[in-house]
Design a protein around this ligand. Structure first.
Ligand code: ATP
Ligand code: MG
Length: 356
């Protein structure tokens, strides 16, 4: 069941296209992240769905009704902005009750609904405080309570956690998922933090210069990125370019890398992506244990960065530098200058679409 549909949305500012041909569906009760770099059009798309911006082209439908030209207040959406913008002179109760009052809900009914919303964000008993008497995370939760108290059909969140420190942010992520699942709200969440998008979402939509370049489940977009941009934006990636041969690509140095996925025509050029954590380093000199990963290249460790739980290596081969993430489980980590073999599976060798 689709709750929000956008069709062929386009928006220009002057002659500058900000969104180009955006079409996608947001399923009832799902959590979708809009992920992309600064200026890619995330906020603009969210504001078009909310009704603050009218698109130049295309339509927005909520619950099957075309709302493209309907004003914000008539759309039944809840929105949390990046700066939580609580009314500083009002108490928590008054802040949360604000949207209810505008809908004519007052007195005992309002009091009950505010209490329920504050319970949902785990702030019962905080109603009489002013925003300045709350921590950043608590203010964020009040903003969330204010957005959901009116029982919207869609919840729109524009980087609501970006002002919080790492610890609080992780706590709020867990809370947000709980609230979203409990309330069953269709949620669209803007972020430029890839880990946050992967952690929270049912689906991730990757935006690049006003276009959705890929949309899918977190594992799908992370494990099978379609383009170089999507691969790079979702985390570190190694790229290999070569000539397509049967079952793989041949690199400039003559070695072949096996690819377990459809490739372009034999003889054409293709680029594949390999995530750094998919690569296992086998120490040639130490006779490290063999693996059944059929892709192997010999390389020399050129750098090693220690980060407690993990190590990041760079290894050079054939004029390329490969990044490798390794769990800190070896008795003796590799050193710069070690000659090693890098091995990985053809399943983790992902062909990319040629750049448009
Ligand atoms: N009112 C406006 N007038 C002109 N240009 C605008 C306007 N609003 C946004 N833009 C431009 O549109 C592009 C997309 O802006 P938008 O705010 O949607 O990006 P974003 O993906 O949310 O970025 P960020 O991560 O920095 O918040 C930017 O290049 C921005 O400068
Ligand atoms: Mg923005």
């Amino acid at each position: 069941m689709t709750n929000v549909e956008v069709r062929s949305i386009a928006k220009n500012y002057g002659s500058v296209p900000v969104l180009t041909d955006i079409s996608t569906d947001f399923t009832q009760g799902s959590f979708t992240s809009l992920l992309g770099p600064s200026g890619s059009g995330k906020t603009t798309l969210l504001r078009i769905i909310a009704g603050f911006i009218i698109p130049d082209q295309g339509n927005v439908a909520i619950g099957g009704n075309d709302v493209t030209r309907m004003p914000v207040w008539a759309r039944n959406i809840g929105m949390v902005f990046q700066s939580y913008a609580l009314f500083p002179h009002m108490t928590v109760n008054e802040n949360v009750a604000f949207g209810l009052a505008r809908r004519g809900i007052k007195g005992e009914e309002s009091r009950k609904q505010v209490e329920r919303a504050l319970e949902l964000v785990r702030l019962p008993g905080f109603g009489d405080r002013k925003p300045k008497q709350l921590s950043g995370g608590q203010q964020q939760r009040v903003a969330l309570a204010r957005a959901i108290v009116t029982k919207p059909s869609v919840l729109l969140l524009d980087e609501p956690l970006s002002a919080l420190d790492r610890r609080l942010r992780q706590e709020m992520q867990v809370e947000l998922i709980r609230i979203q699942k409990e309330s069953g709200l269709t949620t669209i969440f803007v972020t430029h933090d890839q880990e946050e998008a992967l952690t929270l979402s049912d689906k991730v939509a990757i935006l690049d210069r006003g276009r959705i370049v890929q949309i899918g489940a977190p594992t799908e977009v992370y494990e099978r990125p379609k383009t170089r941009f999507a691969a790079e934006f979702l985390g570190d990636t190694n790229f290999l370019t070569g000539t397509v041969v049967a079952g793989g690509i041949r690199l400039a140095n003559g070695s072949t890398v096996a690819v377990d996925a459809p490739l372009p025509a034999t003889g054409s050029e293709a680029t594949v992506a390999v995530r750094p954590e998919k690569i296992v380093i086998r120490d040639v000199a130490r006779g490290g244990k063999d693996t059944d990963r059929s892709n192997r290249v010999s390389a020399t460790i050129s750098s090693s960065v220690y980060a407690g739980t993990a190590l990041t290596y760079e290894a050079a081969f054939d004029g390329l530098s490969f990044k490798i993430f390794a769990q800190n489980s070896d008795a003796r980590p590799h050193s710069v200058g070690d000659v090693v073999e890098l091995t990985w599976s053809p399943l983790h060798t992902v062909p990319l679409e040629a750049a448009a």
